[in-house]
Design a protein. Structure first.
Length: 189
């Protein structure tokens, strides 16, 4: 029944929730979250990076914010249908950001989603250090966008989805690129 309700909400465009012992619990959470923006919290860390978002398409992990940090372009964070929203990558400690490499979402095999216009903002706490607007192409045309920023002292990167392709926005990967000197290791003694 819960699965049926989820299908009525999302039609045939969205993959079903994961099978297994947690499937019923996650389906129940989806029903509770229908039509609502859900503040999504994630525990995924990648070299001091942590993702949080204003919401996601469903509450199961398939479309969770940490999918932009897992290094796999096949996994995606997806927003609710036809909705603006944001995803933050928290950086601990703060660091010099040379560029961002974004991989757009595509929601394969349906290819009906992706971010279009975005606003990127670099923060030190609540203080914005840099902001710029860009446009991504649909993933089927080109999946990556490199944005040169060269900003020091960044502890949070926000990508706000202003508009989208198809059913809604999302991203597959956000890679924070640092200057070579920032990642160079001290020689072994
Ligand atoms: Ca991913």
């Amino acid at each position: 029944m819960l699965t049926l309700l989820a299908r009525l909400r999302y039609g045939a465009r969205v993959a079903p929730p994961p099978r297994g012992p947690l499937a019923i619990t996650r389906s129940a959470l989806v029903v509770m979250a229908l039509g609502a923006g859900v503040l999504a919290l994630d525990g995924c860390e990648r070299r001091g990076q942590h993702a949080m978002a204003s919401g996601q398409l469903a509450v199961w992990e398939t479309y969770a914010p940490f999918r932009v940090l897992d290094g796999n372009p096949a996994t995606e964070w997806l927003l609710l249908d036809a909705s603006q929203g944001w995803i933050d990558v928290h950086l601990t400690p703060a660091r010099h950001v040379r560029a961002l490499r974004l991989v757009n979402a595509g929601n394969p095999p349906w290819r009906d989603r992706g971010a279009k216009r975005i606003t990127i903002t670099m923060f030190d706490g609540d203080h914005p250090l840099w902001s710029g607007r860009r446009q991504l192409l649909p993933r089927i045309q080109r999946r990556t966008l490199d944005v040169e920023v060269d900003v020091e002292g960044v502890d949070r990167v926000r990508v706000h989805i202003d508009s989208w392709y198809g059913e809604g926005g999302g991203l597959a990967e956000i890679t924070v690129l640092e200057p070579p000197s920032a990642t160079r290791q001290a020689p072994a003694r």
